[in-house]
Design a protein around this ligand. Sequence first.
Ligand code: TNX
Length: 510
Amino acid sequence: MKIKTIISTLVLFFVVGVSLGAERPLIPLPNSYSAKTDGVFKLNSSTAINVVSDTPELKRMASYLKELIKPAAGYSLALSKSNSATKRNTINLKLDKSSASSLPGAYSLDVSSDKIVISAQDARGVFYGIQTLRQLLPPEIEATSPQKINWTIPACVIKDSPRYQHRGAMLDIARHFFEVKDIKTFIDYLAMYKFNILHLHLADDQGWRIEIKSWPKLTEIGGSTAVGGGKGGFLTQKQYVEIVKYAEDRFITIIPEVDMPGHVNAALASYPELNPDNKAKKLYTKIGVGFSTLDTSKPVTYKFVEDVIREISAITPGPYFHIGGDECKKTKREDYKTFVEKVQKIVHKYGKIMIGWHEINAVKLEPTTVKQVWKKKSMEYLVTKKGPLILSPADRVYLDMKCSQAFGHATKLGLHWCGYTNVKKTYDWDPGSADCIMGVEAPLWTETVKNMDDLEMLVFPRLTSISEVAWSAQEGRKWDDFRKRLNVFVKRLDIMDINYYKSLEVWEKH
Ligand code: TNX
């Protein structure tokens, strides 16, 4: 080959590689991406998904990938099993124990023109590799009906692993209730961006949302309304188990939270005996906080708390139970301490690790107990102390803060007690690398959020920027690069019919 031909071929490959890379932006950004010079893999109806390591989990991953591709492609890929990843036109899923890396979920993805190999030390890593492959396919792959598209995937090598072990979101189903199918949709959104935790805020002043068999009135009365006086609702234990399984299949752990000793009006309205005067409180449908408390001196309070923790722990395979513990303005300081210490023992009795909002730091805690920090000042303080932390600073990652795009422009939905949070503000945050930091969690409180359209408006696109804070190495993250990727990525959100906030800071310069 003449030198000129070699150069122009190289340039062509480079341009094809790079431009396809840019056309198929990845969120969260992987640790390393290199375009290869051998063109594209063309997925078609004869492509097979080959399981190299014959385990039930990998077979499940193969079926998951097949189902992911089917609606938009209009055909079902064949599944095969072969110990080597050498056949042409195959997508290979492989467990490679030798690739052991620091955190579970690391994977590598190798796309050539004739085959694709996803390998990881565990099925979780293969699952994340599949999510990346999904984003390397044209965005039309998200469509729910067959598309006439060339399903090309740019040849590349990706090596990727998570920054933090805890990459979470929280959904408050107490202020407004969300049905099983909506929670599942939310889980699917989380899985797409490699989150691995869904914290469910199951009870608050306005609603009790989880069936407790030994205290049935909690849901019968306490679950009967919501903010604004709507109809409320609750999850039966069977439905909760269904959600836990759905999440587990997507490598997401559910953390149940029952907030106490404050935020308990729904319980106090359901059972008179939980009140100091034995009179039931009225149901509450406004959005104030800090006005209710359990009576920490009554034995029945601890019977109630233990029943709740026992029943929920029994149907929660994940290691955590979240006791809330925030904003207890009506609980005396000493009573608060006694209460949290007793409850910590109960949580341990039922085999769980306790999590509480950072206010629990006022109490003598076991070394395993996790503090979830929501105030910036407390975060700065607690990072210098011992003990595991989940970081949820309200000014960065509270998804219920209004999303703003420019002065005077913000979402109608959301609160703003902690200011307005634009996409850049969520993105431009380095949570730090102190050992005590388990990771990041983005809460969606639902005082103003009534349905999935509302939820999506506050969640997107900030969930995408937060996924990158939680997953991607800090060195590789640049706002301008992220903004450019999101500009193109948005087509995927459009095809998924997601009601995202069209922030000018991201899309004006498109
Ligand atoms: C504070 S932060 C709360 C919630 C509210 C939220 C609204 C925290 C642990 N508690 O009760 O819903 O603000 O943004």
